[in-house]
Design a protein around this ligand. Structure first.
Ligand SMILES: [Zn+2]
Length: 306
């Protein structure tokens, strides 16, 4: 039986906030069994806490933000993707401001921190949301769905009309090893024209080629170039994995995304939560429930379920 997991001891991550450009610090702190993952704002009176749950997602246009104007935590997805891959069920993420440090724009800094902290198995079994029938969400041509799978797998397709991106696809079983080797260091990316617009609105003040891949109309602007030719789609898979944590329980299933960003992921997670007849809560080691016999590659077949 798989037990719930937290980290062994507190560990800090320091950096700057992507939007404010100001110093940002977080502390990962162990949490008891059955707590879940919480963000705690140490800088606010009463140290309020907010669960990493889909219902609390308030902004998804640039990054995933949780909470409202009084208590917001933004750009949570890179940090949360690490928790999904390393099967961290219970954790306090303490912050001294509204932003998670951006690091180098990937999940590297968070992964290194929790590896340094070490892991601890707790006294309660882990309960997985085991997908038994397909669950779909679509918005125009953007869509995302989950189908039954004995594990956690992410398949992601992106298409951008940019010569360095175009169509990219990744299909990957998620575990600590594949995450650390294939996804964890894939950086976020942005187009110069969008960054200029955002800066005019007081956003992305901390964005630089040290924490993102920058693109003009034709080229990658970073002097060091890309870490992988398909770094863009790797990063989107990382983002999706982070957004999946807002389900509030680990997923056992195959997540398939087409051009899906944070908004589509948030809507998919809410759809999963509202589809209680299409998944079961199981403890690993118990017998797996019956599932639909469906070709997981067939997006078109799945449209009929929508
Ligand atoms: Zn991202």
């Amino acid at each position: 039986m798989f037990l719930q997991r937290t980290i062994q001891r507190p560990v800090e991550v320091e950096g700057i906030g992507l939007h404010t450009g100001r110093p940002a610090k977080l502390v990962f702190r162990p949490a008891p069994s059955n707590t879940g993952i919480f963000f705690v704002r140490n800088d606010l009176p009463g140290r309020p806490a907010l669960a990493a749950r889909a219902d609390f997602v308030t902004a998804t246009s640039l990054a995933t933000t949780l909470g409202g104007p009084e208590f917001a935590v933004s750009t949570v997805e890179h940090c949360l993707s690490t928790m999904a891959a390393f099967r961290i069920d219970n954790l306090f993420i303490e912050l001294d401001g509204p932003e998670i440090p951006i690091g180098d724009g990937s999940a590297q800094v968070f992964m290194e921190a929790i590896q340094e902290a070490g892991f601890v198995e707790q006294d309660c079994p882990r309960k997985y949301a085991y997908i038994t029938q397909p669950i779909y969400f679509g918005d125009g041509e953007k869509h995302a769905y989950v189908v039954p799978y004995n594990g956690l797998r992410v398949s992601c397709t992106i298409e951008f009309p940019h010569p360095k991106i175009q169509k990219q696809q990744i299909d990957i079983d998620i575990n600590e090893y594949t995450f650390s080797k294939e996804l964890s260091n894939a950086r976020t990316f942005g187009f110069l024209k969008d960054v200029e617009k955002m800066r005019a609105q007081g956003l992305a003040l901390g964005a630089s080629l040290d924490n993102a891949i920058g693109l003009d109309q034709k080229e990658v602007l970073n002097p060091e170039g890309l870490r992988y030719a398909d770094e863009f789609v790797r990063h989107k898979a990382l983002d999706a994995l982070g957004d999946l944590v807002t389900l509030g329980m680990p997923l056992m299933g195959h997540l398939v995304l087409y051009k899906a960003g944070h908004d589509v992921m948030n809507r998919l997670v809410k759809t999963i939560l509202a589809s209680q007849d299409r998944f079961r809560l199981i403890e690993l080691g118990s017998e797996l429930p019956e599932t639909d016999d469906l070709d997981p590659g067939s997006i078109w077949a799945l449209r009929e379920f929508a």
